[in-house]
Design a protein around this ligand. Structure first.
Ligand code: UDP
Length: 416
């Protein structure tokens, strides 16, 4: 059997205050005909990164409306995750060598996992490329009953995908009954599939990472990590991944400090189990930091968990997400939800969340990132207004109930 991820319980009714009672009613009405449906979400990691973050709320919410939902993770190995990270990079546009050894490593491990998949489901939702070939191995087996439906949820931006790698994956993807994407622009034109759906991810406003925290508690947490909230403070929360450009953030910070000498930077990033690049990028970032005491490089290794992330995003004068490529970037909505302006790289789903000049700014370079940050540090009233705009934008578009509604609609459409 594949590993089942233990879940918290969540109650849809608790979301009425934030999402509005009409949203809760719409969801209940959509869920009623789907009561008892068995839905499995499958991905590569239970911890670290946006997909794990999403499923930790989405699956309990499905359960709270009467659906028998569960979440399982495939098992991997260092070799497998090195290959799948190369695939991830190649699909985001990196120049990666795609050897037959890599293909073999990938397919063998997916086959192992296919043999471990048990049970019968009405819908299986497979996230990202790591497990996507499962269906190829399971086609017409006892798991793949004629009435069941398979959905591939692609969280990454394939606009500039490496053609060789995409052509390897395309036949596996095309076996699915539907695919779900963050933005229509991410879908390769070569994909032949009848049902292609757009449904961007969402944050859970009631999760420990996003719920309101009393100001003295926020100040105290920051203090524990050496951050003085009386001084200007910017932060970026993200995995240590080259596409998130942590070194670029440090370069921008050096420019910021020429104008705002007492500024501080927190770069907080967890190490995900399916991301072997993390330690290398951490080391590069540490090198770029060059012992600077006002740059705080933190991770789960220093016990930075959801409460700490919440406090950093809340206390920051400006939240950064200077990605070069990005699927969605949950951290952007997380920052906006806390009423902070976000300066984001003009990449993928960041542009859905930050309306340039309204909720923060979209930037294309280190210099632009630095100058926009200086502007907001010098004008806290505008920063607060942008943060307030952003919070409302997130409330309307990027909270878990919206995503739940999208998925229930898709399940309804796909029902046999
Ligand atoms: N995250 C975290 N701790 C960290 C770094 C990231 O909890 O040290 C969380 C972050 O708050 C967000 C998710 O991991 O909820 C990252 O999702 P995002 O979509 O921004 O990026 P991904 O990692 O999926 O590329």
């Amino acid at each position: 059997m594949l590993e089942r991820v233990p879940l918290l319980e969540k109650d849809l009714a608790d979301y009425a205050d934030v999402a509005g009672p009409e949203a809760v009613e719409r969801i209940c009405a959509l869920a009623e005909p789907l009561r008892g449906a068995r839905i499995l979400h499958l991905n590569a990691t239970a911890y670290g990164g946006g997909v794990a973050e999403l499923l930790a709320t989405h699956v309990p919410l499905l359960r709270s409306v009467g659906i028998e939902a569960e979440w399982q993770v495939i098992h991997g190995s260092d070799e497998f995750f090195t290959v799948t990270k190369a695939v991830h990079n190649a699909l985001q546009g990196a120049d990666v060598e795609w050897t037959s050894d890599m293909q073999r490593t990938y397919l063998e491990k997916v086959l192992d996992n296919a043999l471990l998949l048990e049970g019968t489901y009405d819908f299986i939702v497979v996230h990202d490329p790591q497990p996507v070939a499962l269906l190829t191995f399971l086609h017409d087996t006892a798991v793949d009953t004629p009435d069941m439906r398979w959905i591939w949820r692609c969280h990454i931006d394939l606009t500039d995908a490496n053609p060789e790698v995409w052509e390897f994956f395309r036949p596996h993807v095309e076996r699915y009954d539907a695919s779900v994407w963050t933005m229509p622009e991410f879908v390769p034109s070569s994909l032949e599939m009848e049902r292609v759906v757009q449904a961007p991810p969402c944050i859970d406003p009631l999760s420990v990472k996003n719920l309101d925290l009393p100001a003295p508690f926020v100040t105290e947490i920051c203090k524990q990590y050496g951050v003085d909230t009386r001084r200007p403070f910017v932060c970026q929360v993200s995995r240590f991944d080259p596409w998130k450009d942590p070194v670029g953030v440090i370069e921008a910070f050096r420019v910021i400090r020429e104008k705002v000498p007492d500024a501080q930077l927190v770069l907080a990033g967890s190490m995900a189990t399916d991301d072997p690049e993390g330690f290398r990028v951490w080391e590069q970032t540490e090198e770029a930091r060059a012992g600077d005491k006002d740059i705080h490089l933190l991770s789960n290794i220093q016990q930075v968990g959801n409460v700490q992330i919440n406090a950093f995003q809340r206390a920051a004068d400006v939240v950064l997400q200077k990605s070069i490529r990005e699927g969605f970037g949950l951290t952007v909505s997380e920052g906006l939800w806390k009423g902070r302006p976000v300066i984001g790289g003009r990449a993928g789903g960041i542009a859905l969340q930050v309306r340039d000049g309204l909720d923060g700014y979209l930037v294309d370079s280190v210099e632009e990132c630095a100058h926009r940050t200086i502007e907001l540090l010098e004008d806290p009233a505008t920063a607060d207004t942008m943060g307030a705009n952003g919070r409302e934008h997130v409330r309307k578009n990027f909270i878990s109930t919206r995503e739940l509604e999208d998925w229930l609609r898709l399940f309804t459409e796909l029902q046999p």
